[in-house]
Design a protein around this ligand. Sequence first.
Ligand code: AMP
Ligand code: MG
Length: 488
Amino acid sequence: MSFDQVISHRRYASLPESFYTRQSVKPLLNQNWIVWNRSLARTLRFPEQPDHVLLEKLTGITAKENFSPLAMKYAGHQFGFYNPDLGDGRGLLLTEIEDIAGDIWDLHLKGAGTTPYSRMGDGRAVLRSTIREYLCSEALHFLGIPTTRSLGMIGSDTTVYRETAETGAFLLRIAKTHVRFGHFEHLFYTQKYDDLRLLTDKVMNWYFPQCQHQENPYLNMFGEVIRRTASMIAFWQAYGFCHGVMNTDNMSIVGETFDFGPYAFMDEYHSGFICNHSDYEGRYAFNRQPQIALWNLTALAHALSPLIDSGELEESLASYEHILNEKYSQLMRRKFGLMMSMKGDSGLFQHALELLESNRVDYCVFFRTLSSLDCQPIDKVIDLFVDRISAEQWIKRYILRCEQEVDSNGFVVSAELRCQQMRSVNPKYILRNYLAQQAIQAAEQGDYTEIHNLLKVLSHPYDEQPEFEDYAKLPPEWGKHLEISCSS
Ligand code: AMP
Ligand code: MG
């Protein structure tokens, strides 16, 4: 299969030209393939092996008919302040492509050079941040968390200056859409209400077709955006994922984890964890993510106010907390292996989190160890805590609670069955910051083995992989407090 046989669509490009600027890719020097996501490529009808011809077509060196990349115009609230001047400053929507199931996806090239929305930026992405996004989007996908995906990574000899000289790279990103909350904000604040209606109609038609047939389609679609966003946040909270830059221009309208910057999976559990070194006030701290997502949804509601009654918008926003809590409880219940809902459960879960925090226990290791109580003594869990007495009291309470679990026939659920189910939701392998850092350091020396190893490990996060046991280890001292900022 060649790139010319990939089925292309032009939905976003069919919007009036005020929604975007046509922009060609500015190729990099000696651009070369670093990673190619073969299984994803297969579902998109891309070739199994990427070659130079494909690279030249994607970067516009040789033209493909109907290939007309564009930079989207949007705006957004950054760290609480409205910025009207945003847009694709270093990424382009190359085209939309149809997969073998008939679903349509955005094909986006990040790092594609300057656009009218680049402001002072150079339009580039560095290899370091490209690796981070590639690894994390794939890691989240295999954990089962809604996210954009990565199809390929391209390296180069182009020097890009950040705090130091780095090399430029491209990321080929696949997403259901690149329409963000900020698209709607842009049209609202520039008072282009006809365009706002047009975009909302199109977005509904493309991504929320079921809402078109409801009594109040716009309100219904907004409710669906709330539901998907709340569900995504519940996943982040349950899996210890901190996004780091939850600006409204980084919020996908379809509720996918989007735009990976200084993100982190938590190592030691710390509810107020701040992964973005530039976030001095902790606006995007781990435990603030739920309320920030609501803040962002409120900004979106404001932008949609010309289309939807404000009382109805408020009522809809009020549903967010309940949806989030329900989803979060369901995910945590699965993590603890308790499918029945009983009085005292949330207190039991909360107490565990408090003990994890005060004892600085690794979040991922705790749940994975708790998932092995069918073949290991409770001491394995207690050993994770400094305060062994409190840990023992908690685990005894937990075991008593587990013994109350019965299946649909009234039989007590065995430890084997419970733990088996728990191991399918509590990952053994997560993308720890230090692992990404090791892969980056090697890649900067031209060695991509670590990237490939990590991608292999993280594509089966719930399975035992004895050959990769080291990747499940706690971070070494140097890897515990890596400083990651917005600069990418
Ligand atoms: P981000 O923090 O990556 O979500 O980007 C925020 C805004 O800055 C978006 O409008 C980006 O397109 C733009 N931007 C980020 N980095 C660059 C860059 N290196 N060159 C041009 N624009 C950029
Ligand atoms: Mg962004």
